[in-house]
Design a protein around this ligand. Structure first.
Ligand code: 3UK
Length: 516
């Protein structure tokens, strides 16, 4: 990929203004339920009006940090582009965050302004109340028509874009986890464009007539890329859904004729039967051509289930907020069950031991990655501990095979050590998920006098499968037959659901703490 950038560059101008100036302004860019349909020209006009509001009414100057908050919607996208155009820094927040977490972001991010969906004002107002440093909070989507929309009506649809440097920071991305202190990573205008030039053209290969759809929030860089930047980088259109639970997403795929789907592994698992009934996969005559999974490990059982239901091989990819987007992945033709994929062009990845020395193929170690989009923490001590000589340590245990495919084992701190054996929880989960009685499951290590730790599984049974001693024994035998017998779960507990983050990641720490 070409990763040389001019000294002055603004990512919004590259992705939006240029397309309209290049004569493609009438192409459909954004769609949403209720018939909303914005062309690239429409989006440019709205973003320009909002940029004028930011600069002329709210006093935003280049470098100001603007908090952005709302479920996925065209207005949220327009606000994001407006912040870029004004040379400010977007700090997008996950919709489910509470006042306490928002307060930490306001402080750490030194936020001066906020644009917030009307429906999500409550928790933000609570956090802002004790923070006079936040000068302005403006709502959009207020049914009374006040707030941002009223201000936009007063402003011009033309905007004099701020001439940002390509290495000016434009995004402060807070990690999606809900544990401990939020950590922030910085991304430049050129990083946004670099991300559009690495994984999408080499692995996803979208076309201008593709229709993107999916669940990840724009506040999560997986969603920002997949649901907004990547479709726009080829002039395609994207469907932004405020709610994208599995049933809603299934409906929307059919309604909009979506061709490219982005979601998390659990969502694929939950949608498989519905996708089969509706024949959504292109091989069965439906619209859907490509399906991308990221955010956490894709179990081989889920890959097989989806393929069986739709005829589509999922494109798996590991990305991280630190690296902006996906850096190891495989397209539908090169996918290997059980492996995430190979290094995406533009990036380098290697497996190292605790001293940072590269280990031979087949040996499990720590994943380190380097590329055009990472990695800068806002926090100096994090930068020292997680970035060495430009290599970012993702915190994942992986091995690379002789063909250069990377195989995920577990998060480093989730590795189970039982009677001297190292056991990766995802491998046991994958085995359990091949059993027809298992809807979802999670595996952790629990302390044990004799073995140090034992493997414990939390299982959500499928309807109609009795959760009792009989099923426990059957599942244990099943795992022993499927993978090395010493990995079988010595304890199994049945649950109605599992704790997950808003991005679909399993919260093993909550299971370890014994919380529901
Ligand atoms: C885990 C995966 C196995 C892994 C993300 C795509 O997830 C994203 O960013 P986060 O900062 O989390 C990063 C961590 O999540 N992970 C993500 N994808 C996979 N593990 N297989 C995968 N395919 O532990 C990683 O270190 O929330 C994903 C694009 C942008 C992103 N920010």
């Amino acid at each position: 990929p070409s990763l040389q950038f001019p000294p002055l560059m603004n990512c919004a101008v590259e992705l939006l203004d240029r397309r309209v100036l290049g004569g493609e302004g009438e192409r459909v860019c954004l769609r949403a339920p209720g018939g909303l349909r914005w062309t690239y020209r429409d989006l440019l006009g709205h973003a320009n009006r909002i940029a004028n509001v930011l600069v002329h009414e709210l006093g935003v100057v280049p470098g100001n940090r603007v908090l952005l908050r709302g479920p996925n919607s065209p207005m949220l996208a327009a606000c994001w582009f407006a912040i870029m155009k004004a040379g400010a820094i977007a700090v997008a927040t996950m919709p489910l965050l509470r006042a306490k977490e928002l307060g930490q972001i306001l402080d750490k991010g030194r936020i001066t302004h906020a644009l917030c969906a009307h429906a999500l004002r409550g928790e933000l107002d609570e956090a802002v109340a004790t923070r006079p440093s936040v000068a302005h909070v403006v709502s959009f989507g207020d049914p009374a028509g006040a707030g941002l929309e009223a201000a936009m009506a007063r402003q011009s649809g033309e905007f004099d874009n701020v001439a940002t440097a390509s290495d000016d920071t434009c995004i402060l991305a807070f990690t999606s986890g809900t544990t401990g202190q939020p950590k922030a990573t910085m991304h430049f205008h050129r990083d946004v464009i670099a991300a559009c030039r690495c994984w999408p053209p080499h692995v996803l290969r979208p076309q201008p007539d593709d229709v993107f759809i999916g669940s990840p929030p724009l506040a999560f860089t997986f969603g920002l890329g997949g649901m907004l930047l990547f479709p726009m980088s080829v002039g395609a259109s994207t469907v932004l859904l405020e709610q994208a639970s599995p049933p809603k997403l299934l409906d929307a795929i059919g309604e909009f004729g979506a061709t490219i789907l982005f979601t998390a592994p659990t969502s694929y698992r939950a949608m498989a039967e519905g996708a089969r009934e509706r024949r959504l996969g292109a091989p069965l005559g439906g619209p859907l051509v490509k399906c991308v999974s990221a955010g956490e490990v894709l179990p081989a059982a889920t890959r097989a289930l989806w393929k069986d239901a739709t005829g589509i091989e999922i494109i798996d990819g590991i990305g991280a907020t630190e690296m902006f987007h996906i850096f190891i992945s495989a397209d539908e033709e090169h996918a290997r069950p059980g492996a995430t994929g190979t290094v995406v062009p533009g990036y380098r990845a290697r497996i190292v031991d605790d001293e940072g020395r590269e280990v031979p193929a087949g040996t499990v170690g720590r994943l380190a990655v380097k590329g055009p989009t990472g990695c800068r923490y806002l926090d100096d001590s994090r930068q020292r501990n997680y970035v060495g000589d430009g290599w970012n340590y993702t915190g994942d245990a992986y091995y690379m095979d002789a063909d250069g495919y990377f195989h995920y084992q577990s998060r480093l701190d989730d590795m189970i050590v039982s009677a001297g054996y190292n056991i990766g929880a995802p491998e046991v989960e994958d085995a359990l998920m091949q059993h027809p009685a298992v809807a979802e499951c999670a595996v952790i290590g629990v302390p044990d006098e004799e073995r140090g730790q034992i493997v414990k599984a939390f299982v959500v049974p499928r309807p109609g499968h009795g959760a009792g001693e009989l099923l426990v024994r059957e599942l244990q035998d099943f795992v022993k037959r499927t993978i090395a017998p010493y990995k079988y779960p010595r304890a199994i507990e049945f649950r109605d659901s599992l704790p997950r983050t808003e991005t679909g990641k399993l919260q093993r720490f909550r299971l370890r703490e014994g919380k529901p």
